[in-house]
Design a protein around this ligand. Structure first.
Ligand SMILES: [Fe+2]
Length: 448
C-alpha cells in the first residue's frame, strides 16, 4: 500500500484547531477556515488538522502575516532521457508481481506501451492491460476499470500516457480500494482508505497528473468534470522521460505547455500558495516562455526537456497550492463540450488574470516582471503589460483565442448553467477572489 502520511506534531494540530477566523485581524482578508480545510488538511495521528493558515494581505507580494504549518507533497520523481528504462526496477520496488497497465490508443500506436511491457517482462513482472481510456475520462470507464483491476488480482497500477490515462488510473485506484461510485469522491479529501501503489509515466509536458494530488473525471450524467483532490492521489513514483515527447504532435505540445503555464500562474496567485510552491511557479512560467516557441519550431530535445522540467515545476506548485477560477471554468466547459483541456487556456487565462488583478496587484506585477523581464511604470502598469504580453505570446501559436471558435453560437445558452457549475468546482476556492456565476459569465462573454 502507499506510504502513510508522516504525522505532524500534535501540538501543531491543537494550535491550528483552536485558531478561528475571529482571531484574525478584521482589516486583513483571511483564508476561509472551512474552505481551506476542504482543500488541504494535514494529518496528525490520523486526525484532520488545519491546512496552511496565513493571513493574506492581498496587497502584498510577500504575503505578510503568520504562516505556521505548511506541507509539500510530491512523489519520487525519476527524471531524464531514457528514464523509462527504469520502470521495471521501480515497479519491483513497489512490490509488483502482476501490474495493472493503463494507457491509450495514441501511446499504443507510438510504440511506447509495448516498450513498457517489454521492460516489465524483462524484470519478470506480469501485466494486465486496460485499454479503456479516452480524452476527458468518464466515470463509467473508471468504474469498469476498477472491476477489471479487482477481477484480475493485480497489484501495482501503472499508467503511461497523458493526463487522461493517468487520471483514469487514479480513478481506478480510488474505486478499487474505496468502493462506491467515482462521483462519491468529488471535491477535496473524500477518499478515506489508502490506494494501491501507483507509478505514473507521463507522455506529455503539462497535465501534471503524474505529480499531483488531483484527478479530473467527467460525470456523464451532469456533463461536468469533477475535481477529486486528495493527498493519496500523489503517486508513489513519477517517471518523466523527455525522449517520449518527440513523438507528440505540435498541437499537443502547445496544449500541454499552456496548461502548465495556467497551473503555474494559478498556483502563484492561489490563496494557499507557500514559499515552497511559489518558487516552482515562477520557474515554470520562465521556462515555458523561453522554450515553447523553439520546441514547436525545432523539436529539439533540449527545449522539450526544458518544457518537461517546467511541467514538473508547475505541477509541484499547483498540487500543493491548488489552482484557481480559470481551471474551475475550464473544467465546466470541458466537461460539457468534451473539449481537450489544453485548448481553453489561451482563451480564458489572461481574462481571469485581469479579473484577479485588483485582489493582489503586487503578485500579478511579479508575474508581469517575469514575463517582461522589467518593471514598466507602476505595478499596475507592469501587471497589465505582462498580461498583454502573455496574450501576444499565445497568439504566436496556432490556437483558438476566442470561445466562439470552440463553441457554436447555438450552444451559447449553456454558458449560464456551466458558470453555475464552475462556482462549485474546488479550484474556485483557492482563487484569490472566488468568482460568482455572474462573474464567470462576464468572463465568458468577454472572451466570446
Ligand atoms: Fe490543467
Amino acid at each position: 500500500m502507499k506510504d502513510a502520511t508522516v504525522p505532524l506534531p500534535c501540538k501543531e494540530k491543537f494550535a491550528a484547531q483552536t485558531r478561528t477566523r475571529s482571531s484574525v485581524s478584521p482589516t486583513k482578508p483571511a483564508v476561509d477556515l472551512h474552505q481551506a480545510q476542504a482543500i488541504e488538511p494535514h494529518s496528525c495521528g490520523g486526525l484532520e488538522m488545519a491546512p496552511v493558515f496565513k493571513v493574506l494581505d492581498q496587497n502584498s507580494s510577500s504575503r505578510t502575516g503568520f504562516m505556521d504549518i505548511t506541507k509539500f507533497a510530491i512523489p519520487e520523481i525519476i527524471f531524464g532521457r531514457g528514464s523509462l528504462n527504469y520502470a521495471g526496477q521501480c515497479a519491483l520496488r513497489l512490490g509488483a508481481k502482476k501490474v495493472f497497465l493503463v494507457s491509450d490508443e495514441g501511446i499504443e500506436e507510438a510504440g511506447w506501451l509495448q516498450r513498457l511491457m517489454d521492460i516489465l517482462e524483462k524484470e519478470g513482472i506480469k501485466w494486465v492491460y486496460y485499454p479503456g481510456v479516452t480524452s476527458n475520462p468518464r466515470d463509467f470507464q473508471v468504474e469498469q476499470g476498477a472491476e477489471f483491476y479487482l477481477k484480475n488480482g493485480t497489484d501495482v497500477i501503472i499508467a503511461i500516457g497523458g493526463g487522461s490515462a493517468m487520471d483514469t488510473a487514479k480513478g481506478i485506484a480510488i474505486i478499487a480500494s474505496n468502493g462506491g461510485r467515482i462521483r462519491d469522491y468529488e471535491g477535496a479529501n473524500r477518499v478515506q482508505r489508502p490506494l494501491p501503489p501507483m507509478m505514473l509515466i507521463t507522455t506529455t509536458a503539462g497535465s501534471g497528473s503524474d505529480i499531483s494530488q488531483f484527478c479530473i473525471i467527467t460525470d456523464m450524467k451532469r456533463g461536468v468534470k469533477m475535481s477529486i483532490i486528495t493527498r493519496t492521489l500523489v503517486p508513489n513514483i513519477s517517471i518523466v522521460d523527455p525522449l517520449i515527447l518527440r513523438t507528440k504532435t505540435e498541437s499537443l505540445i502547445i496544449q500541454s505547455a499552456v496548461d502548465a503555464m495556467a497551473h503555474a500562474i494559478e498556483a502563484y496567485m492561489s490563496r494557499i500558495a507557500s514559499p515552497f510552491t511559489e518558487i516552482h511557479s515562477l520557474r515554470a512560467i520562465d521556462l515555458i516562455l523561453a522554450n515553447l516557441q523553439r520546441a514547436v519550431a525545432t523539436r529539439s530535445l533540449d527545449s522539450l526537456e526544458q518544457l518537461s522540467i517546467a511541467s514538473v515545476s508547475a505541477s509541484m506548485a499547483f498540487s500543493n497550492a491548488g489552482l484557481g477560477a480559470e481551471h474551475a471554468l475550464a473544467h465546466a466547459l470541458g466537461g460539457h463540450f468534451d473539449m481537450r483541456h489544453g485548448v481553453v487556456h489561451p482563451i480564458l487565462l489572461t481574462s481571469v488574470m485581469r479579473f484577479n488583478m485588483g485582489v493582489n496587484l503586487q503578485r500579478m506585477a511579479d508575474i508581469g516582471r517575469l514575463i517582461l523581464k522589467r518593471q514598466v511604470g507602476s505595478d499596475q502598469d507592469t501587471a497589465l503589460a505582462g498580461i498583454e504580453k502573455l496574450d501576444e505570446f499565445f497568439a504566436t501559436f496556432d490556437v483558438a483565442l476566442r470561445l466562439s471558435q470552440l463553441i457554436p453560437e447555438s450552444e451559447r445558452h449553456h454558458l449560464e448553467s456551466l458558470c453555475k457549475m464552475a462556482v462549485q468546482d474546488a479550484c474556485n476556492l483557492t482563487n484569490p477572489r472566488p468568482a460568482t456565476w455572474e462573474e464567470f459569465l462576464r468572463i465568458c462573454e468577454e472572451v466570446w
